[in-house]
Ligand binder design. Sequence first.
Ligand SMILES: Cc1cc2nc3c(=O)[nH]c(=O)nc-3n(C[C@H](O)[C@H](O)[C@H](O)COP(=O)(O)OP(=O)(O)OC[C@H]3O[C@@H](n4cnc5c(N)ncnc54)[C@H](O)[C@@H]3O)c2cc1C
Length: 385
Amino acid sequence: MAGSADFDLYRPSEEHDMLRDAIRSLAEAKIAPYATAVDEEARFPQEAHDALVASDLHAVHVPEEYGGTGADALATVIVIEEVARVCVSSSLIPAVNKLGSLPVVLSGSEDLKKKYLGPLAKGDAMFSYCLSEPEAGSDAAGMKTRAVRDGDHWVLNGVKRWITNAGVSEYYTVMAVTDPAKRSKGISAFVVEKSDEGVSFGAPEKKLGIKGSPTREVYFDNVRIPADRMIGEEGTGFLTAMQTLDHTRITIAAQALGVAQGAFDYAKNYVQERKQFGKAIADFQGIQFMLADMSMKISAARALTYQAAAASERGDADLTYLGAAAKCFASDVAMEVTTDAVQLLGGYGYTRDYPVERMMRDAKITQIYEGTNQVQRIVMARNLP
Ligand SMILES: Cc1cc2nc3c(=O)[nH]c(=O)nc-3n(C[C@H](O)[C@H](O)[C@H](O)COP(=O)(O)OP(=O)(O)OC[C@H]3O[C@@H](n4cnc5c(N)ncnc54)[C@H](O)[C@@H]3O)c2cc1C
């Protein structure tokens, strides 16, 4: 597995290229064949999960000392990008495993790391991230979920909304208010287990895209957990949540990049096969210019995403800016490129008989989650280089 010393700035090393070859073969053989069914049936991509776990590619970011493969941020991006190229829903498995567990990696005690990262690395448990609430989306610090100290325990009450892989994951990083007077500085982070008494889940949301990725509410009804399940110090949960997003927005950029590449590859082949006016439509300059623009945008999105991954790996000072910029730019590119891919297939592109229709629906979410692109622009404006 590629390590942090193996690449310079944002140029992938030979090891990264080998990893891409391996994950591309796996994605095409074991994930792509189920992508349509997963979307049509709105079901968890179990085949993708099993294939990723069998190849140790489900949570590559977990450090080696906790049983993981210790892949660097660029390697993680490449895994997510290649899975998203064939099935965005499936790419939420490695992406959200990183999102859910990164607070523990960044700020958790040694005991928490040992207890929770091992099962994640082995593929025995998945991790979800619980920040958003029904009334606290972009303004996440306005959350209401409450944690109250009771001796050696904390007792949690509240509702988290839009939680990816809720119900499937064993572990949940939950941000909750421990001191309502302090707003964001009164929020703390905890690890909650699915089996903790008082944890339950809402019905799966009926979504436009990523239908194979379960999104549900999570309810906490007097959930009593040991005090050592707190991640970091009391009052640091919001900071940990935001520091996590600095790193993981790059994985959303990777999803966006992957789905854009998948749609581009499909459309590029299609226009060579499809004949109108007695020739392949690829022979028309109007079509060639569209393909050139699509390819140019993907190349630019990839460069920015890999640059941000390198900044994440090194912990550079401009990571907050670059993470937001990569997510915002790559997701806008994904929406444009997938829409153009549908256009290039004409009427056929508008049907579920061809994958570009699914890709266009799936691409949309990358402009919304881990902060909408309006929020990314606020983050960039506050952290201009
Ligand atoms: C499929 C899916 C999966 C998700 N997974 C997770 C998850 O695993 N964990 C988790 O915690 N959350 C998750 N989310 C939540 C996601 O991060 C939020 O939906 C997102 O942050 C936006 O919040 P909101 O939906 O409440 O929109 P709102 O905050 O209500 O925003 C509505 C609109 O107002 C705009 N807006 C808001 N404030 C401003 C402003 N200051 N300036 C300009 N425009 C503004 C927004 O950009 C948006 O266009 C998921 C969401 C979805 C749909």
